[in-house]
Design a protein around this ligand. Structure first.
Ligand code: PLP
Ligand code: COI
Length: 341
C-alpha cells in the first residue's frame, strides 16, 4: 500500500478528508449491517433530532504505525464502552461494542494510506459519532439514528507540540454536578466554545474548569483531564463524577504504578494545592500529555517548577512510556493494543 503524499511532520490537528468512512443506520429498533462508503457528506431532514436538540455523542481514539510497520489502535474497547455510556445518558440506542471495534478496524484498514508513518510525530485520529436523524419537534429522543466513523491524520493538538502551556482558571462552568460532564456528548463542547474562544483571545491555550458547586476543586479542561506530579514523585489526578473518564488518564495510572513504580492518588484536588505540585499535564487522546507550565487564576500566576521550556522530567517519563506502548516500542499490558494490519 502506497502512503498518501502528506507533509506528515507538519500536520496540525485538523480535518483532512480521507477515502472511506463507516456508516450504520438504526431504524425500527435495530441497526443495519453497516457499510464502508466514500461520501463524506450527510443529508438529513431539517428537523432531525441532532439539529434541534443536539442529540449527538462521539468518541476519539488513534491508530499508530508501530516501529515494526504494523498499524495498531489503542484500547478501542474502552471507547466502545464509553460510547455506550454516553448513549444511555442521552437516550440513544447502543451501537454494539464488538461491532464498534470491528468498524474501527474496517475504517482504518480502508484508510491505511493515511496512517502516518512511524516516527513522523503524526497519528490517525479516529472519530466515531452518533446522532438522532429523524424529525423531532417536541422535546424527546429521536427514533432513528446514524452511527459513523471517519478518520483524519493529525499532528499535535496544541501548537508548539510539547512546549509547556499557559492556561487560565475559567469563570465558566463546564458541567453541572448531576449533568453530562462524564459522557462525551457534543453539547458539552458546544457550551465550552465561548469559554475557549475567550481564553484564546486572552492568550491562554486552555481553560482549567473548577467544580461548579464550590469552585474550589480542579475538574478538567475543555478536551483533556489533568495529571499532577508531587514533589515526592506521586501522580495525583482529580476524581470527580462530572469529568470525562479519560482512557489516557486511566492508562497513565496503570503505567505510573506498573511501569514506573510510582504511587498514584485519584482524589479531589483543590485549586489551592496546585501551587505545591512539581509538574502538571493535560492528558487525552488528542492532547497525549501536554505539559502545563503556568496556570493563571484571576491575575495570580501559579508557575510550576518544571518551567516554561520543556516537559517536566516525570511527565516526560510517563509520556515516553505511554507512547512507547502505543507505538510498539514497549510491551503493552494484555489487551491494550489492537493490531489492524
Ligand atoms: N476530557 C475531555 C473533556 C475530553 O474531550 C477528552 C478527550 O477525549 C478527554 C478528557 C480525554 O479522554 P481520552 O483520554 O479518553 O481521550
Ligand atoms: C480527544 O482527545 O479525542 C477529544 O475528543 C478531545 C477533543 C478536544 C479533540
Amino acid at each position: 500500500m502506497e502512503k498518501k503524499q502528506l507533509d506528515w511532520s507538519n500536520l496540525g490537528f485538523g480535518y483532512i478528508q480521507t477515502d472511506a468512512r463507516f456508516v450504520s443506520n438504526y431504524k425500527d429498533g435495530a441497526w443495519d449491517a453497516g457499510a464502508v462508503v466514500t461520501d463524506a457528506n450527510i443529508v438529513l431532514n431539517e428537523c432531525a433530532g441532532v439539529f434541534q436538540y443536539a442529540q449527538t455523542i462521539f468518541e476519539g481514539l488513534k491508530a499508530y504505525t508501530t516501529e515494526d510497520g504494523h498499524i495498531v489502535c489503542f484500547r478501542p474497547d474502552l471507547n466502545a464502552a464509553r460510547m455506550a455510556d454516553s448513549a444511555r445518558r442521552l437516550e440513544m440506542p447502543i451501537f454494539p461494542e464488538d461491532r464498534f471495534v470491528d468498524a474501527v478496524v474496517q475504517v482504518v484498514k480502508e484508510n491505511a494510506a493515511y496512517v502516518p508513518p512511524f516516527g513522523s510525530g503524526a497519528t490517525l485520529y479516529i472519530r466515531p459519532y452518533m446522532m438522532g436523524t429523524n424529525p423531532v419537534i417536541g422535546v424527546k429522543p429521536a427514533d432513528e439514528y446514524m452511527f459513523r466513523i471517519f478518520v483524519t491524520p493529525v499532528g499535535p493538538y496544541f501548537k508548539g507540540g510539547a512546549k509547556p502551556l499557559t492556561i487560565k482558571v475559567s469563570d465558566f462552568d463546564r458541567a453541572a454536578p448531576n449533568g453530562t460532564g462524564h459522557i462525551k456528548a457534543g453539547l458539552n463542547y458546544a457550551m465550552s466554545l465561548h469559554a475557549i474562544v475567550t481564553a484564546h483571545e486572552e492568550g491562554y491555550a486552555e481553560n482549567m474548569y473548577l467544580d461548579p458547586q464550590t469552585r474550589t476543586k480542579v475538574e478538567e479542561t475543555g478536551g483533556a483531564n489533568f495529571i499532577f506530579i508531587t514533589k515526592d514523585n506521586k501522580l495525583v489526578t482529580p476524581k470527580s463524577s462530572s469529568i470525562l473518564p479519560s482512557i489516557t488518564r486511566r492508562s497513565l495510572i496503570y503505567v505510573a504504578q506498573h511501569y514506573l513504580g510510582m504511587e498514584v492518588e485519584e482524589r479531589e484536588v483543590l485549586l489551592d494545592e496546585v501551587k505545591n505540585f512539581a509538574e502538571c499535564g493535560l492528558c487525552g487522546t488528542a492532547a497525549v500529555i501536554s505539559p502545563v507550565g503556568k496556570i493563571v487564576d484571576h491575575g495570580k500566576e501559579i508557575c510550576l517548577p518544571s518551567g516554561m521550556d520543556e516537559m517536566g522530567p516525570v511527565t516526560k517519563k510517563l509520556y515516553d512510556t505511554l507512547t512507547g506502548i502505543q507505538m510498539g516500542k514497549l510491551e503493552a499490558p494484555e489487551g491494550w493494543i489492537k493490531t489492524i494490519l
